[in-house]
Structures are given as C-alpha cells and as structure tokens.
Design a protein around this ligand. Structure first.
Ligand code: 0X9
Ligand code: ZN
Length: 439
C-alpha cells in the first residue's frame, strides 16, 4: 500500500516533467529528439561508423571460439562453480543456465561433471547489423552529447575525465552541482550513476546518458531543481569504452564483455566487474585469462576499475551508487560475493527498502546479488565495503534472451529510459540521508 502510494505520487511528480521534454533552446539538445531517433534506422547517430558497418566477413568472429551453452545446474553453488570454470552465465532458468564459454572452458565444464544440453558456436549467431540500432550512441557520440550538455548548462555542470582506459580513451564524468565544480570536494550528499562496465551492455550507456539529458533539460522543474541544488550528482555513462567500441567496430556485434587489456598469453580482456578489491577472485570468477569472467592478475589491475576506485575514494560524500548492467530485469544489492545476507541489519533494511521502491518504478525483481550466483570483486560490494555506500546493480531489459538479450534493439530505449529515470529520481530523493528509510 505504502509502495503503491509512493509510486503514484512519484509518477505524478515526474510524469509531467518527463512529458514536456521539448528542445532546450540553451543546448540545442532535446531529450525527446534524442528518443525520437530511436525509431529511425538510418539516422545521423549511426552506430558504428558507416565505413565500418559494411564489413560482412568478420574474421575476428571466426577466430572467436566461444559457444552459447545450455548447462544443467540446480543451485547458486553450481552456478558459482560454472563461472569459475569459465562459463559466462547470462541466463538462469529452473535447472539450467545459459551463457558463453570458450572451447577450453567447455572441456573443463564437462570434465567437472556438468551436463551440457546444448552448444551453438557464436559464429552461427544471426543478429541484425548494428545499423539497425543507430539510435544507440557510440563512444564519440556519447562524448559529443556530454560536451554539448556541459556547454549548454555551464552553471550546473562540469565535465571531466576520471582516467584513461587501456587503449587511451577518457572515462568521462558529468557532474551536476551548481555550487562545486570540477573535482572540487563537496560536503553535499553524493549520488553516482555509472554504466557500461560490460562492453556489450550498450543499453546501459543510453540510460545513464539520457538521464543526464533529461535532468538538465528539466533543471528548473521543482522536482529536479531541489536535487540539483542540494546534492552532488555524477554520471559516468561508459566505464568501458574500449570494450563497447570493440563490440561494434565491425558492424556486427561481437558479444564482447570485458575490457581490452592484453593478457599474459595473448588473450584479451579482464572482466571489470570481477576486478574490484572485494574478496577479489575468491568465487564466481575465472583465473583463466581467456575466460569472459577473468578477474585479472590482481585486484584493480585495470585502469578502468582504478579510475572508479580513485573517483569513489576521493569523494567521501557519496551515499548512493547505481551501476547499470543488462539483462534479466533485476535489482541487485550486496552481498554479491557471499551467500550470507548483509550482517548490518539497518543497512540491509535500507537496501531492501530502496530495492523494493526501484522495483515499483521498473518492474524489475529485487534480490540480493548472490541469490543469482556468488561472484566476488564487483563494484557494489567494493563500494559498500569501503564506504558503506548504498550501491546497486540494475540488470535492465530484456527479461530474457527472447527479448533480444544484450541487443534488444532501439525500440526498447524509450521505455527503459523512462522507467529508469523514475528509479534514478527516487535514488536522488533518498541520497540526502538513506538511513531515513530505516527509521
Ligand atoms: O555477473 C555480473 O557481473 C553481473 N551480471 S551481468 O550479466 N551484467 O554480467 C551481475 C553482478 C552482480 N553480482 C552477482 N550476481 N553476484
Ligand atoms: Zn554486466
């Protein structure tokens, strides 16, 4: 009842603002306009660049020996073991999991006594060319939007890089705070939204970026202004631009998850969501560099995770954090790396209350991360362990493979962004003092 009431109230507050969204004369950018491109397959927001898009014979895919596996597994402990054997679990159903594995991992999974029910080579995947998904923003387009936003809203924003990736791309943070600019410290309560740790989860970049556009476009609406004037808000739309660009570089999706580090032995990539120093590499990660769940040679071995670490540690004012992932439509909170519930019952109450409210806005299912599988070294466990930040992972749309998996198409952007704006606004509404939810 309480939840429904809050939901209706929040919708009433947010929807009129959301519906307005006409072109902002200050910025030349329009939330509505960006969304309207969703329906256009040949827009100027083409992704990837046109010359790359026509590459049909993607030799790198031929060289990719991963398969899509269906493996019998009945509980989270078996799922955790499968992650350790190199299965990149993507879907969980009653009695089985589905995900990617390289040939060496397939052998280990069989040798480990697991039953493989189905196996399809990744090369046989039949996906649309990304040109059909032109509404998504590639890295260059994302940076362009961020720069336009910063230029159009100089009183409220600052744009700065929090570090460089393996391949030298900047990891951009847009700060929304009229009182404190750039990297100046803040005494205001802080909220951080970040996305795209995993390369192929392109929808996450859209949600973070378009939330920034929407919030600034509506900056004078009372519901937005009160947070802009009292909080310290940061939005980091892509933590792993190297991986995201690699995923789309040929014009045919490559199902890439990791960053683009060159590993000892010549394989590529570390799973950034296994590389944080939170029980690093203890469970649900692989020590095999070619595995999709490779935790890296040591905690924070990667410049991308180090950038997030340094960013968070430099800002003790951060109270809430949301890291967007896809897919499965879940709201996850610590622990991810332990099957036990959070020891601190007050904190658990706050996490559970926030998770339920998020669920009201999105329809996603709230649960402790490790109910899915135990996996150590993720962003949220680290942020909570280090700073008691109320840190959440959202696994956004679709619910399952049949809805497009990691590549659900441009048609879902509008609804997913709309639902997630409401959830993001809710997060801002508790950032002043999350503990008010436990009192
Ligand atoms: O495995 C991950 O890193 C996340 N899922 S994803 O499909 N986006 O890769 C989930 C992270 C949350 N942690 C646990 N479920 N343990
Ligand atoms: Zn992910």
């Amino acid at each position: 009842m309480k939840k429904t009431l809050f939901f209706l109230l929040a919708c009433a507050l947010i929807s009129p603002v959301f519906a307005e969204g006409e072109r902002n004369p200050e910025s030349g950018l329009s939330f509505r306009q960006l969304l309207s491109r969703v329906a256009v397959s040949n827009s100027s927001l083409a992704l990837p660049e046109p010359e790359a898009a026509v590459v049909k014979d993607d030799l790198s895919l031929l060289a990719d020996d991963r398969s899509w596996l269906t493996v019998a597994a009945s509980d989270k402990y078996q799922r955790t073991r499968l992650l350790e054997l190199g299965l990149d679990i993507v879907e969980i159903e009653k009695g089985v999991v589905r995900g990617f594995a390289r040939e060496s991992a397939v052998r280990e999974i069989s040798a480990g006594g697991f039953r493989i029910d189905d196996k399809v080579s990744i090369y046989n995947f039949d996906k649309d060319f990304p040109l059909a998904d032109a509404a998504y923003h590639n890295f260059g387009e994302t940076v362009e939007v961020l720069k336009q936003l910063a230029a159009a809203h100089p009183d409220e924003t600052s744009l700065f890089s929090i570090g460089r990736t393996v391949e030298g791309r900047e990891i951009w943070a847009l700060r929304i705070n009229p009182a404190e600019k750039g990297t100046a410290p803040s005494a205001r309560p802080g909220a951080v939204f970040m996305a795209n740790h995993h390369a192929r989860e392109h929808l996450t970049n859209e949600v973070a970026l378009l939330f920034a556009v929407w919030l600034l476009e509506n900056k004078n609406a009372p519901e937005a202004r009160k947070y802009i004037d009292t909080l310290d808000i940061h939005i980091i739309p892509t933590v792993n631009p190297d991986g995201a660009e690699y995923d789309i570089a040929t014009g045919k999706y490559r199902w890439w998850r990791k960053n683009r580090s060159v590993n000892a032995g010549g394989s590529y990539g570390v799973d950034l969501n296994r590389n944080y120093d939170a029980r690093w590499c203890e469970a649900g990660s692989s020590t095999n560099p070619s595995a999709d769940t490779y935790c890296g040679p040591y905690a924070f071995s990667e410049p991308e995770t180090r950038a997030i670490r340094d960013f968070v540690l430099a800002r003790p004012n951060i109270k809430t954090l949301l890291t967007y992932h896809t897919y499965s439509e879940l709201i996850l909170y610590p622990w991810a790396g332990s099957a036990e519930p959070l020891e601190n019952k007050t904190d658990l109450k706050v996490f559970e209350t926030m998770a339920k409210a998020f669920a009201g806005f999105t329809g996603y299912v709230p649960q402790q991360s490790s109910d899915l599988y135990v996996a150590t070294g993720d962003t949220t466990d680290w942020a909570y362990m280090q700073r008691r930040i109320f840190a959440f992972t959202f696994e956004m749309t679709p619910k399952r493979w049949g809805g497009g998996g990691f590549y659900p198409g441009a048609g879902v952007i509008e609804k997913v962004v709309g639902d997630n704006i409401k959830a993001a606004m809710y997060m801002l509404s508790v950032t002043d003092d999350p503990y008010k939810l436990a009192r």
